[in-house]
Write a protein that binds this ligand. Sequence first.
Ligand code: FNR
Length: 409
Amino acid sequence: MVDRSPPQTQTSGETAAHGDALRRRFPTVESLRQRARRRVPNFAFDFVDGGCNDDECVRRNMRAFADIELLPRYCIDTDAIATDVGLFGRRYAAPFGVAPMGSAGMMWPGAEVFLAREAQRRRVPYILATPANASIERIADVAPDVFWFQLYRFPQDNHAITFDLLKRADEAGAHVLVPTIDSAGKSKRPRDIRNGVRVPFKIGPKTFFQIATSPGWAMALRKTGMLRTENIAPYTEGRATRDSTAQTMQIKARGSHTFDELARLRDRWKRAFVVKGVLHPEDAERLVSLGVDGLIVSNHGGRHFDGAPASVDMLPAIVAVAGKRATVMIDSGIRSGLDILRALALGASAAFIGRPLLYGLGALGGTGARFVMEMFDDELRTEMKHVGIQAVTAASEITVRHPGAWRSA
Ligand code: FNR
């Protein structure tokens, strides 16, 4: 079953006054999160919102950003702010993009297409996750200029599925391949355990009640049809259903791409190659020697290992070892345009946003994609004026105090 009816970005009827009212009602990511919590079935909201174990790493990511101070500079003409950025030979309109999120449709059915369409419209990178609810081919069609593909590891049969996904991403014209390395083992997610979110997913009375009392979400699901792990459909034995695609993903995707495997992937992929989930400076150094073009410093938004440091606290050490030879980017814990500026000031070339985009969709439906990206864009432009820079490339001149920064050993 392919997504039956492509979601439409519902902006045509939106008046300026309506937009203004929404901005007053939802001035922050947290206000969108609260609204999403009320509109989306609890099991689905928790799946997206939660981290692993005690959610310590989720909180650490946000705390670490909040602790970073940027010293303002005034008496500078900042009338003309430019946020565009060059990444791997292409120009993007802003130094932020959409992080890969598997099963994003849990928060709002059709999420991937809404986000990809808006990313294409504003020309910012969109990374499709391997376990997404939309296929490589569909997203390449929706967002041809900004499409990157995230790749998980399928070790069976000498990595046959991994290489087939790579081939499909290549044929579809993905600009960047993004293997993720930080999924070494199964993580413990107490909220999912409590809510019965597992594969195969059984809709019991509690889940049914949550869906029945979330009419907007249920309507969106009717439009898209059951959420499949679309990219995996060709690899199921028998009919590709919601459960069989999710099950195949769960059984066959395993572990962290090893350095040798990454070298094979690097060899096979002719365009830009970016490894996501890097935290240790020595791993960064080794990856750069393998010939990667970029790194995304990330702890998966605190969803895999609760003991991990905040990714922004590792950023300076990784920029120090890899910044001259590779493009260093970051995600995990970014909740405002100010956080993006903090990341840029510490040497990141771009920042990727995860949950805030899904909170926007949960709160507002399809229009949430534009709403959140616009919020980040407006905030970034405002904060750039406070630190006295007109262009993203000048972010390295910002004076920063970063108490939580890890130093290289
Ligand atoms: C993710 N993330 C993720 N990463 C990845 O490489 N492949 C994946 O399939 C997923 N799936 C996924 C699902 C959901 C629901 C979330 C919230 C996240 C991690 C994601 O790319 C990114 O690293 C974090 O979301 C960034 O942290 P914040 O912005 O959510 O704090």
